[in-house]
Design a protein around this ligand. Structure first.
Ligand SMILES: [Zn+2]
Length: 167
């Protein structure tokens, strides 16, 4: 297993659009394990492959208290959205920044697991918010891009300064 490097906003590579996974080989299984290890090490609840500079449609999540319920979403698609909810979101690629974002309250998702087997689920609450946040990453979008241009610039300046000071 290996820890992967997490890209930090405003890294341009976070805007890459991920491609669908077509082969479920050992390479994918290793990548999923490494992504999970990286997410747990960074104390995150979700990580998209885009964030570790792998541009394939893969997401890992674990919302459990005990950190023992890994969820893997490959080629995920949201097929239904309903309602509106706001939540103060954070992101491993935007460390230390928490901002309120609007999301759909309830969603239906179709995806494949790491073996290539299809599954579907209905989600609400934090699970629905997290899935929407991670799917945005696969589409090249970071949550702060829902904020006003002024706020985005402030966050960029702050993070660039932090990277300069702690390279
Ligand atoms: Zn994120």
């Amino acid at each position: 297993m290996a820890l992967l490097n997490i890209l930090q906003y405003p890294d341009e590579r976070l805007h890459t659009i991920a491609q669908s996974v077509t082969e479920f080989d050992d390479h994918i299984k290793t990548l999923v394990r490494d992504m999970a290890e990286t997410m747990y090490e960074a104390r995150g609840i979700g990580l998209a492959a885009t964030q570790v500079n792998v541009h394939q449609r893969i997401v890992v999540m674990d919302l459990s208290e005990e950190r023992n319920q890994l969820q893997v979403f490959i080629n995920p698609v949201i097929t239904f959205k309903e309602g509106d909810v706001t939540y103060e979101e954070g992101c491993l690629s935007v460390p230390g920044i928490y901002e309120t974002v609007h999301r759909a309250e309830r969603i239906h998702v179709q995806a494949l697991n790491e073996h290539g087997e299809p599954f579907e689920l209905d989600a609400d609450g934090l699970l629905a918010i997290c899935i929407q946040h991670e799917l945005d990453h696969l589409a090249g979008k970071v949550f702060v891009e829902y904020l006003s241009p002024l706020k985005q610039n402030r966050i960029k300046t702050k993070l660039k300064k932090r990277i300069r000071e702690n390279p």
